[in-house]
Design a binder for this molecule. Structure first.
Ligand code: NDP
Length: 327
């Protein structure tokens, strides 16, 4: 038997609870992982609360991330005892996920745990941090270097934002954070931002073009915020869009793209090819200051993940939440 958060849905209700499951209930897969830690991402919050249509079948074990050791494997790439991690691939949405003490998965979804990280640290990074790294890689591919100017990071007190600010500052960029929680300004600055701006400056309808300021931007908010970020990005700058914390819509004009050559690049972590994941995790090993991870992270037990999901969606959680599934 093992413990897991289980999401159930019927005509009467949508509910999440911690349950004891039997190993025979695990889904198909060629590796079984003894999970040590998982985490809470925005998407896990949507899955647990039912506030967004993330879960595609029921009952579902949520958790888009996990870290642990191989307990059984018919995949020749992995042997018993190997330390591995997983991000995405629809796990926690359509295939039972990481908020459990065991998971059965496809070996091809796994990434070896980078030697720089303890399991908790890998989950402090999680999908949020690995997505932040994918955004930074996109800025680099576009040729943005610290000399080009300021990089804007929205949702800076959240998971993706906190890790993005940390990575960019270690790489020598001048980072400006945007937050709705000005009380967290010192926290965002302690991660490496040189300035913190109030969310309200970006969150309502703006002009098609504004004063050019950002050499690059990482946006997790969408909606008017993304439109305003594009409108204030410098000639030939780049905006990476990875989130919808403020809305799914994009009420923008084409002006920044056709008059300033601004590039808008979408970032998806879920189906990102394995080769790029390996690069992202390798770069996290060199370009993320591990001491900052402690500032970013808090650890909770499996049962605490359910109430924490609501707080996360309400924007009340700072940084990243690691879930010790055995506590
Ligand atoms: P968090 O909840 O940790 O952070 C989101 C932050 O956004 C909050 O901390 C808050 O930052 C800000 N925010 C929250 N609600 C609003 C709102 N209504 N309007 C404006 N700002 C708001 O989430 P994550 O960092 O885990 O994820 C951020 C986004 O990125 C989510 O939309 C998530 O779905 C997406 N995502 C996408 C991935 C991909 O593959 N494309 C992968 C990972 C995440 P503050 O308090 O500083 O304002």
């Amino acid at each position: 038997m093992f413990k897991a958060i289980v999401i159930e849905k019927d005509e009467a209700s949508y509910r999440a609870s911690v349950k004891d499951l039997d190993e025979s209930q695990l889904p198909e897969g060629d590796v079984t992982v003894r999970v040590s830690h998982s985490t809470l991402n925005y998407k896990d919050g949507l899955a647990i609360t039912g506030r967004g249509p993330v879960v595609r079948k029921f009952p579902m074990v949520p958790g888009v991330d996990l870290v642990g050791t191989i307990e059984e494997s018919s995949d020749p790439s992995y042997k018993v005892g190997d330390a591995v991690l997983l991000n995405g691939w629809g796990v926690g949405e359509g295939h039972w996920g990481g908020l459990a003490q065991k998971a059965r998965l496809k070996g091809e979804w796994l990434v070896p745990l980078p030697p720089q990280f303890a399991p908790q640290q890998a989950m402090a990074i999680g999908t949020a941090g690995y997505t932040a790294m994918l955004c930074v890689l996109a800025l680099e591919r576009h040729g943005v270097t610290p000399e080009h100017g300021e990089i804007l990071v929205t949702g800076a007190a959240g998971g993706v934002g906190s890790v993005a600010v940390s990575i960019l500052s270690k790489l020598g960029y001048t980072v400006v954070g945007v937050t709705g929680r000005m009380a967290e300004s010192e926290y965002i600055k302690s991660l490496g931002a040189s300035e913190v701006l109030e969310r309200s400056a970006f969150s309502s309808a703006g002009k098609p073009l504004g004063r050019e300021r950002w050499a690059g931007a990482i946006d997790v908010i969408g909606s008017h915020t993304l439109a305003n970020v594009c409108a204030t990005t410098k000639y030939r700058g780049i905006v990476t869009a990875c989130g919808l914390a403020g809305g799914m819509d994009f009420p923008a004009t084409v002006a920044p793209f056709i008059l300033r050559g601004v590039a808008l690049v979408g970032i998806d972590s879920v189906m990102c090819p394995r080769s790029e994941r390996l690069i992202a995790w390798q770069r996290l090993g060199t370009d993320l200051d591990i001491s900052k991870l402690n500032l970013i992270t808090k650890e909770i037990a499996l049962s605490e993940a359910i109430p924490m999901a609501t707080r996360l969606l309400d924007g009340q959680v700072r940084g990243r939440v690691v879930v010790n599934v055995n506590a």
